[in-house]
Design a protein around this ligand. Structure first.
Ligand code: HC1
Length: 571
């Protein structure tokens, strides 16, 4: 620790921390717009500037490392004037349309800052003109409205440094600085993977998911439609954050009750189809191991990751599992298996999914994601969108009595729940594959070696004489590093789990904000606690999955299973 003086008070702060980090750890407020805990300090907005005794100019607290004996002041008149000046410049170029902005009041960092800094109409000029060409609605997942951009460059950093994709750039156009896609193309024509990580770090309403709230609202009120809703694994341990609960809190029962209140006819569980995925993908792995073909097998649950392979490693597409993601498997089964059993015309079913992911919107729209001419999934809402819909409808989420999932497609195991954490799909697969390879003699439940939020992990196992070398990556930057080695034969694995977002789906682009390493750790702990509490923790032991195979699909990998649950991606 080092001794410093902050606002005339002697304090000890961790060596190597920046002034901003030190002040925040002491609950001392310093405004910041470009700073984000997941990103390298960019020193772009300079609104976090503070005074250090002995220095004439203010210094940016986000990038200045504290030194022994420093005398720091965070709230002087000079600082206040500087912050007002910076804010004025931002507001001159920012539309004054908070009433209709997609960034909810309270979530907009600029609006919060204006409030705290007592910004008044008399003192500041606002830009009221919206330039239509600055709005890009071409993507199925993300809307960009550069009218609202404050040039903090968080999106550029996120896309480049963390995801390793780099589609954004800062340019000068018509005498104005703008963040655009690198070649100025609409988002849908770039190599954007729709992961939505840029949306999560945008402090204002310049980037947001393409809203499906209105579509969901209409469907849920349409009495002629039979609305089935599926809830992804991550939602159960993250939606509570939108209502003030700690990250990781298990709110499964409340989510079900809330969706019933909104008008869902049936509330089902994506964990069910995640268990089905394990049956199908596990079988695929065992077949490929037997044949020695198309190894390593690459998981296919994460649609951002799939798009990443299509753009960057098309030669590895034969390695990608042919399994549709659990979201799409669920949709296909809802309009076939479930519809047939209940005697419902599949055309009358509206299939809504609640996902922590913006790329799931894109995935649901992919042309191949349909069965018998009907879309597998009709509407995708992110975690944040569901929270917004619940608030709009005044559903008293925290007061709701827990309700159970509806039967038939409602049971999920602990193995399925951990799909939402990096390493979870691998662990779920290992639980079942080990059982099969050892004829039920080995039933290991906890594979600690594949858990954790690190970008890349690997493990080697021997199961019934079969050597298995596996790797797990999260975030496409780490995926790129690993796949480059795989593509040239420098790294040999049998099975690789890839999730497109940092930490896996628990850090998805549709997850609650704030989202950073610490919140993701706590969500992960919540997910594994929910797994440990589940009385069934292996996918093949899910009684509803067993019924699906006994009465309908017959066996994993069967002709019918292939027709409904598999797809293929072509170069
Ligand atoms: Fe995911 Fe998946 S785990 S991809 O993160 O395989 O989004 O939660 O629903 O489909 O099950 C997301 C989560 C989710 C799928 C499953």
């Amino acid at each position: 620790k080092v001794k410093v003086v902050i606002n005339e008070k002697e304090v000890f702060v961790p060596e190597g921390s920046t002034i901003l980090e030190a002040c925040r750890s002491m609950d001392l407020w310093i405004p910041a717009l470009c700073y984000h805990p997941d990103l390298k300090p960019g020193s772009k907005c300079k609104i976090c500037s503070v005074e250090v005794e002995g220095l004439e100019d203010l210094v940016e607290s986000c990038s200045t490392v504290i030194a022994e004996g420093m005398i720091i002041r965070t709230q002087t008149e000079k600082i206040h004037n500087k912050r007002q000046e910076i804010l004025s410049k931002i507001l001159e170029n920012h539309p004054n349309d908070c009433l209709t902005c997609m960034k909810a009041s309270g979530d907009c960092e600029l609006q919060n800052l204006c409030y705290v800094m007592n910004v008044t109409r008399e003192d500041h000029a606002f830009q009221n003109k919206i330039i239509e060409e600055y709005i890009d609605r071409s993507s199925d997942a993300i809307v960009r409205d550069m009218n609202k951009c404050i040039l903090c460059e968080r999106c550029i950093q996120m896309c480049d440094e963390i995801q390793g994709i780099g589609i954004y750039a800062l340019v000068e156009q018509d005498g104005r600085k703008l963040v655009t896609t690198k070649d100025g193309k609409p988002l849908s024509e770039t190599s954007c993977i729709n992961c939505g990580q840029c949306v999560k770090v945008c402090p204002v309403g310049a980037l947001h998911e393409k809203s499906a709230i209105q579509d969901a609202y209409r469907a849920l009120r349409d009495s002629r439609k039979h609305v089935v809703v599926q809830v992804a694994p991550a939602i159960k341990n993250t939606l509570g954050e939108e209502f003030g609960l700690a990250p990781g809190t298990d709110v499964t029962g409340k989510v079900v009750a809330a969706l019933k209140k909104l008008g869902a006819d049936k509330v089902f569980n994506t964990d069910f189809s995640a268990d089905v995925t394990i049956m199908e993908e596990g079988t695929e792995l065992l077949n490929r191991l037997k044949e020695g073909k198309n190894l390593p097998l690459l998981t296919s649950c994460s649609p951002g990751w799939i798009k990443f392979v299509e753009h960057n490693f098309p030669q590895l597409l034969p390695n990608v599992s042919s399994c549709k993601s659990p979201q799409q498997m669920f949709g296909a089964l809802a309009k076939s298996y479930y519809a047939e059993r209940e005697g419902i015309n599949p055309q009358d079913i509206v299939s809504i999914s609640i996902m922590p992911c913006t790329a799931k919107k894109f995935e649901a729209n992919r042309p191949e994601m349909e069965t018998n001419g009907l879309r597998d999934v009709d509407i995708v809402l992110t975690t944040r969108e569901l929270a917004k819909l619940l608030k709009l409808q005044q559903v008293p989420f925290l007061q709701l009595k827990d309700a159970p999932f509806d039967e038939f497609l409602g049971t999920g195991t602990g193995a399925a729940r951990i799909f939402a954490a990096s390493g979870g799909v691998m662990e779920a697969a290992l639980r079942t594959v080990t059982h099969i390879l050892t004829n039920g003699e080995m039933n290991t439940l906890d594979y600690h070696g594949v858990r954790g939020l690190e970008g890349t992990k690997e493990a080697e196992l021997e199961i019934a004489g079969q050597k298995l070398k596996v790797a797990i990556v999260n975030g496409t930057k780490h995926a790129r590093n690993l796949l480059e080695k795989v593509a040239v034969g420098e790294a040999e694995y049998h099975f690789i789990e890839v999730m497109g977002c940092p930490g896996g789906c628990l850090g998805g682009g549709g997850a609650p904000i704030p989202d950073h390493q610490e919140t993701r750790e706590r969500r992960k702990e919540g997910l594994y606690a929910s797994d440990a509490e589940n009385t069934i923790r292996r996918s093949h032991e899910n009684p509803e999955v067993q019924r699906l195979y006994d009465t309908y699909l017959k066996a994993p990998g069967s002709h019918k299973a292939h027709k409904l649950l598999h797809t293929h991606y072509v170069d």
